[in-house]
Design a protein around this ligand. Sequence first.
Ligand code: ZN
Length: 261
Amino acid sequence: MKCIFCKVDTTHDKSVEHILPESLGNTEHWLPAGIVCDKCNNYFAIKIEKPLLESSYFKLNRSYQEIYNKRGRIPSVPAVFLSKSDSFGAHLSTYGDSLYFQENEDIVKLQNLSNKNTTFKLVMQLPPKCPEPNSMDRLLAKAALEALAYKAINHSLPLDEIVNHDALDPLRNFARYGNGKKWTYHQRSLYDINKVWQDHDANELYQCLHEFDFLYTEDQELYFVLIIFGIEYAMNMGDTDIEGYITWLKEHDNKSPLYIE
Ligand SMILES: [Zn+2]
């Protein structure tokens, strides 16, 4: 078997590759060992996923949505306590309806002062509405190719076609090496991050952290469409532009391809 990114032989590679990081709550969409080589797997984790996960958009949303990382931790939220005469920094973690303070010197000072009946106002940072512009491009390129492999496996199709398909090389190289033309993508807010969905069959409520699928347009363009935290991202797998997607949206009342029968 060959790596779908760098095409090296992966017979002895052992890494399981997650299409989206586990720290974004993805436990179900992953590729077995051998599809992405250990080296590419490691590269994506360090160079592409880590900086994104540490960005304020993802870090704060991971905290407010209480998504545990691989080590079983939730990122803390920076906050400030303000009184008429003082201010103190703090790091807070949210669990259910409670807030937990990370012990530090400022917190000890704050506890001493609050014994003297001082009133403090707590100011917490809220997440930005969306990620930084263009920050998602290589993650989307990586996830797009991996989602294609995921689909092939689930339909018992050979992966060689993905590895050997020349038309996928520009996307592959952009994801893995940042080479060539810069890939653009379409982004829009579809629903609120806290939206609760109802599963009528199981009579259960649930929150959707991510979902994805492919759109094949009449002009024979293949788009990878991904929703994370209610924001929809679309990337053309064969070319760097997204004109075809914008046209498709106009023709379909701006509905998401993920919600069309
Ligand atoms: Zn590789």
